[in-house]
Design a protein around this ligand. Structure first.
Ligand code: UT7
Length: 321
């Protein structure tokens, strides 16, 4: 029998501490007006000093398990996407596994920066499709605030911390819905346009996030619209067949231009970046959880998830909720 993955539940967690644009402008040469106009961001959440990526991930995972009616003991795979792991090793996923009381199956991290959630979803879906996993947790979790250069106004105003998770259940291929398909891509020639200038092997420091914003912006619109067009074509679907686009949240102008480029109404785009800013691998499950929670996304809706990030990496996934 062949299998596929159904999204059984989703959940999210945001740290309590809110930092508004106004607050940033007290210590940085920036303004609420500039940030809102150029990005669409009003505020972001920042993890407390003693709050680690794994702590955010566990809270999101628990919420997703509860929402999906799945027990932690049923989980046999945890794939966690993060660019800000608790430690260089072991994988943050193993800490999450232990905190959830899971002692079977496998847990590992995926590193594809802002595209991490799409990559993780693809990996977990493939495990389910080949019959190696029955119930998987896919998590995007970040404490990106820890790798920001808080004196660099070009990057520090753009990001926030948070976590989101989904539970995948193995179902027979013939069943309606679930993950229809995923496409992931990378092109390492562009890694210096968005990178961290540190790491255990290169500098033995953690380093700070560096970005050539304008260049990244241009590639983001081109790459995300092209992978969306490809995945719709692969599934013989038109943009108008989509009920919702749940994109990685980097910049409101990127979201609008990408939607416009593929011919999708911006009313179908789920936007959370005004309150979350760019939470890297966490942004898609955070947005998904919000739109499912407030009733916008309903059973049977066709969703496209898409992201682009450092590497460059990018990708999209089509899901029937
Ligand atoms: O998640 C991974 C993917 N990441 C992204 O997709 C981010 C993509 N890039 C962007 O979102 C945008 O390029 C930014 C929001 C980062 C920048 O917007 P921009 O319209 O491309 O502005 P810019 O970098 O061209 O800067 C315009 C001006 C510059 O001043 P001068 O040189 O014209 O005098 C910057 O120094 O705005 C200045 N500036 C700021 N001013 C106030 C840059 N950052 C700020 C700031 N506050 N925070």
């Amino acid at each position: 029998m062949s299998f596929k993955s159904k999204l059984a539940g989703c959940g999210a967690y945001l740290p309590e501490r809110v930092i508004t644009n106004h607050e940033l402008s007290e210590t940085l040469d920036t303004s609420d007006e500039w940030i809102q106009q150029r990005t669409g961001i009003s505020e972001r959440r920042i993890a407390a000093k003693n709050e680690l990526t794994s702590d955010l991930a566990v809270k999101a995972a628990r919420a997703a398990l509860k929402h999906g009616g799945v027990l932690a003991s049923e989980i046999d795979l945890i794939v966690l996407a993060t660019a800000t792991p608790d430690k260089t090793f072991p994988a943050t996923a193993t800490k999450v596994q232990a905190d959830l009381g899971i002692t079977r199956g496998a847990a590992f991290d995926i590193q594809a920066v802002c595209t991490g959630f799409i990559y993780a979803l693809n990996v977990a879906d493939n495990f389910i499709r080949v019959g190696q996993s029955n119930n998987a947790l896919v998590i995007g979790a970040e404490t990106i605030s820890r790798i920001l250069d808080w004196e660099d106004r070009r990057t520090s105003v753009l990001f926030g911390d948070g976590a989101g998770a989904v539970v995948l259940r193995s179902v027979p291929e013939a069943e309606f819905g679930g993950i229809l398909s995923t496409q992931i891509r990378s092109d390492g020639r562009y890694q210096n346009l968005l990178h961290v200038d540190g790491g255990p092997s290169s500098t033995m420091t953690v380093g700070h996030l560096r970005m050539e914003g304008k260049e990244v912006f241009r590639h983001a619109v081109t790459n995300m619209s092209s992978v969306l067009e490809d995945i719709l074509k692969e599934n013989e679907l038109e943009p108008n067949d989509l009920d919702w686009l749940v994109p990685h949240q980097a910049n409101r102008r990127i979201l609008e231009r990408t939607a416009k480029k593929i011919g999708l109404s911006t009313e179908k785009v789920v936007v959370t970046l005004d309150r979350h800013a760019n939470t890297s691998a966490a942004s898609i499950p955070l947005a998904l959880t919000e739109a499912v929670g407030d009733g916008r996304i309903k059973a049977g809706d066709l969703l496209a998830l898409e992201a682009m990030g450092g590497g460059f990496t990018w990708g999209a996934s089509l899901v029937r909720w």
